[in-house]
Design a protein around this ligand. Structure first.
Ligand SMILES: C[S@@+](CC[C@H](N)C(=O)[O-])C[C@H]1O[C@@H](n2cnc3c(N)ncnc32)[C@H](O)[C@@H]1O
Length: 232
């Protein structure tokens, strides 16, 4: 426990440590609210239904990830799927004609849901090998139990280096990393769009929306805690 805390704080400035402490206190307080308790119950319902393991959080300090990259990353915590359903409906895309990519897919809940929605390909990119292993086991169980016809693909690697599949792409980001890695992802999505493919981005808990420059991205829809963007 103390070792894990030390690993999390290693190399950080006093300001960064203070920011982390404040963030954890705010997070603890939010977890106590009735809304948060209801969201936790909905979150656990997915695992109860499919026999998967997507609810438990994982800190990057406990995972075999590149430490320099982990400094820009956010720990694993799952989306509940509501923003995904909202964004796909708001985009009006036909999933069968589009690839889906979850950047920082963790244990794979969102890519399983995207497979169930019928996306032509559903890809999860994750840099923590331990989380990839859990995501692959989850995906197998999900398909065995009839959750989707095809299992999502789990790609082990850094999101900043990943190139989306050819053709229309729907990207999903649940605040997975800070601006350094996000800028790399956005640049690759912009290059993809420049090749003529339609590109949508569902950005959930959007902490760095300024990286989607207005000349290249239009806001297609917005709701509390999420924004849907379309490459121009
Ligand atoms: C907030 S969780 C989101 C999980 C999942 N997308 C969801 O919505 O349920 C962020 C995830 O991003 C992963 N991550 C952080 N930095 C990454 C990077 N540079 N490359 C790939 N994955 C990364 C973390 O390991 C973690 O699993």
């Amino acid at each position: 426990m103390i070792g894990a805390v030390r690993a999390r704080l290693a190399g950080r400035t006093a300001g960064e440590v203070a920011g982390l402490v404040a963030k954890n206190i705010a997070y603890g307080l939010r977890r106590l609210s009735p809304g948060a308790a209801a969201a936790r119950r909905r979150s656990m319902a997915f695992d109860l239904r499919w026999g998967t393991d997507t609810t438990t959080l994982a800190n990057l300090s406990e995972l075999s990830v590149d430490r320099a990259r982990a400094r820009h990353g956010v720990r694993y915590q799952p989306s509940n799927g509501e923003a995904l359903r909202w964004a796909v409906a708001a985009a009006g895309v036909e999933p069968a004609g589009c690839s889906f990519v979850d950047y920082g897919c963790g244990k794979g809940r969102i890519v399983m849901m995207a497979s169930a929605l019928g996306f032509a390909r559903s890809v999860g990119v994750e840099f923590a090998p331990e989380l990839c292993a859990v995501a692959r086991a989850n995906a197998r169980r999900f398909v065995e139990r009839g959750g989707a016809a095809h299992a999502p693909e789990i790609v082990e690697g850094d999101a900043g280096a990943y190139l989306p599949p050819a053709g229309p792409a729907f990207a999903y980001l649940y605040n997975p990393f800070g601006p350094v890695v996000l800028a790399e992802v956005v640049a690759k999505l912009e290059a993809h769009a420049a090749s003529g493919a339609p590109v949508w981005v569902a950005y959930v808990d959007p902490r760095h929306p300024e990286l989607f420059a207005a000349e290249r991205w239009a806001i297609a829809a917005r709701q509390d805690g999420a924004v849907l963007l379309r490459a121009r």
